[in-house]
Design a protein around this ligand. Structure first.
Ligand code: CO8
Length: 309
C-alpha cells in the first residue's frame, strides 16, 4: 500500500542511521559517536537548533527549514561538519512539523568546497574509516530524506559540495561567472566512489557523467544549466527567495504521493550503498593510504595555498 511504501523509506532511513533519537541525547550531552568529547554545542529551542558549523531555522508556519552552512572559510566537509549535518537532517526527518529543507551557505562565494582534504591527509587508517562512515551517513540521510530538499547554491560547489547539491530534489544556483560546480575528483588524482557517480548519473545521465567524471569537469553556471546539473540560474540575491518560492510549489503536492515517487526513483541507488558499505570503506581506506594518493593530495593542497598567495 501507499502507506507501507512510505513507511519502508522511513525504515530504510532509520535503519541506516547511526544517530537514533536516543543517540541525540548523548550528543547533546557532549559525547560523540566517535568516542571523544565533542566540542559541538547545540542550542535547541522549538524552532531553531544551531550547532557551531550549521544553522537551522524551521519556520513552523510553513514547515520549511533553512539549513545554512557556516563553517569558514569554505564549508569544507570535515568529520565534525558531516556529523552535525547528519544529526540535523535526522532531527528534521523525525520532526513532523518539517516538510521541506533548503540547504545553503552563509559563507560568501562558496557553497561547499567538498570533503575536507585535511581529513584525508596523513591520518591513520582508523581516522579514514571514521571519516568515510560519516561521509556515507551524510549522503544516506540527504539522498534518502523524505522531505522536499532544495539546494540554494550561492557559491562554488566542487566535489563533495556538488554531491550535496545533487542529492537534493531541486537545484537553484547563483548566476555568477566566478562560480562552478562538478565532481572534479580526477583533477586531484582521486576517484569519485560509485555512489557519487550514481548520484550524478541520476541527475545528468550516462554520457554527461562519463565525460564529467573522467575530466573532473567543473562546470560554469551556464554549462551546469545546459547539462541539467542545476535546474535554474538566478541573480545571487534571489537564490534564497527563489528556493522558498519553489518549495511552495513542491509542497503543494501531497506528501505521501511525492515521497513514494521519490523513494521509487532513489531506493535502488541507496540500497546499493547499503549493501556495499563495508567494502566501500575498505576501498576508501586502502586507496587513501597509498603513497601515491597521499602525494597527490599533498601537491593539491600546496597548489591551493600557492594559488592564494
Ligand atoms: N579541504 C580543506 N581545505 C580547503 C578545501 C578543502 N576541500 N578547499 C579549500 N580549502 C582551504 C584552502 O587551502 C585555503 O586554506 P588557507 O587559508 O589555509 O590557505 C582556504 O580553504 C581558502 O581557500 P581558497 O583561498 O582557495 O578560497 P577561494 O574562496 O578562493 O576558493 C574554492 C574556494 C573554489 C572552494 C577553492 O578553495 C577550491 O577549489 N577548493 C578545492 C575544492 C576541491 O577540489 N575539493 C575536493 C575535495 S575531494 C571531495 O570532495 C571528494 C573526494 C572523494 C573521495 C575519493 C576517494 C579517495
Amino acid at each position: 500500500s501507499i502507506i507501507s511504501s512510505a513507511d519502508k523509506m522511513s525504515s530504510v532511513l532509520r535503519h541506516c542511521t547511526k544517530f537514533t533519537p536516543s543517540g541525540f541525547g548523548s550528543l547533546l550531552s557532549g559525547n560523540c559517536s566517535h568516542g571523544r568529547t565533542c566540542a559541538l554545542q547545540y542550542f535547541v529551542s522549538s524552532n531553531r537548533y544551531s550547532s557551531s558549523k550549521i544553522k537551522v531555522d524551521l519556520d513552523s508556519s510553513n514547515g520549511v527549514a533553512i539549513m545554512q552552512f557556516q563553517s569558514p572559510p569554505v564549508n569544507s566537509l570535515s568529520l565534525d561538519f558531516l556529523t552535525e549535518f547528519a544529526i540535523n537532517l535526522e532531527k528534521l526527518e523525525l520532526d513532523r512539523g518539517c516538510r521541506g529543507v533548503i540547504i545553503t551557505s552563509a559563507q560568501p562565494k562558496v557553497f561547499s568546497a567538498g570533503l575536507d582534504i585535511l581529513e584525508m591527509y596523513q591520518k591513520s587508517p582508523e581516522h579514514y574509516t571514521e571519516f568515510w562512515k560519516a561521509v556515507q551517513e551524510a549522503w544516506l540521510k540527504l539522498y534518502g530524506s523524505t522531505k522536499v530538499t532544495i539546494a540554494a547554491i550561492n557559491g562554488s560547489s566542487p566535489a563533495g559540495g556538488c554531491l550535496l547539491a545533487m542529492c537534493c530534489d531541486y537545484r537553484i544556483m547563483a548566476d555568477n561567472p566566478r562560480y562552478s560546480i562538478g565532481l572534479n575528483e580526477t583533477q586531484l588524482g582521486i576517484v569519485a566512489p560509485f555512489w557519487f557517480k550514481d548520484t550524478m548519473l541520476n541527475v545528468v545521465g550516462h554520457r554527461e557523467t562519463e565525460k564529467g567524471l573522467q575530466l573532473g569537469l567543473l562546470y560554469s553556471t551556464p554549462e551546469a544549466l545546459k547539462v541539467g546539473l542545476v535546474d535554474e540560474l538566478v541573480p545571487e540575491d534571489k537564490v534564497l527567495s527563489t528556493a522558498t518560492e519553489t518549495m511552495t510549489k513542491w509542497l503543494a503536492i501531497p506528501d505521501h504521493a511525492r515521497q513514494i515517487s521519490k523513494s521509487m526513483m532513489r531506493k535502488p541507488t541507496i540500497d546499493k550503498l547499503l549493501a556495499n558499505r563495508e567494502a566501500d570503506i575498505t576501498n576508501f581506506v586502502n586507496f587513501t593510504t597509498k603513497d601515491s594518493i597521499q602525494k597527490s593530495l599533498g601537491v593539491y593542497m600546496e597548489m591551493l595555498k600557492k594559488r592564494k598567495s
